[in-house]
Design a protein. Sequence first.
Length: 178
Amino acid sequence: MTNEVIAESTAEATIHAPLASIDLTEWVFTLTDSEYQACSKNHIAAAATLTPEGKRMSINVEHVGNLMIQHYVEDVAERSRCRLVSLSDSIGPDIGSRVKIVVIWSFTAEAIDADTTRFINSVEVRTAPGYLEALEKRGVPFAKASEFAQQALTAHNAEETPLFAKDIEHKARAMQWR
């Protein structure tokens, strides 16, 4: 029963800039700590690095129901489509409760017209080995944990997506990516 979906959310926002002026992969891997924090009250820290194999990695710390430490590794890295996969740490409800989960963060940009772009931000959270056993040990049914995670993820995605879009728009209008 590993890799069962715990929660998933998709949100959309409008970017008032042409699709050709946007580079989502460059955006995510150059997002500064302060820019990341400005996109949600629950964003704590962000940085970028490389895996030992040379793939780009975005490290994010945020509070989405639990404290989350994510190590997003590039899976798909294109100007208008990016997919990152993280074996993440989820800590909560107390500091001694730590489990691994898989988080898949995908975002795309699609032209609405010559000057407007749709930003689609999707997050999927899946179980990792040991997750179900950790729930069982704490006496928490999977359905209850999933419901809690779904509520937290939906609210978080609704908050961050328009703010991510605003940050991308600002950089696209400044012609940051040519």
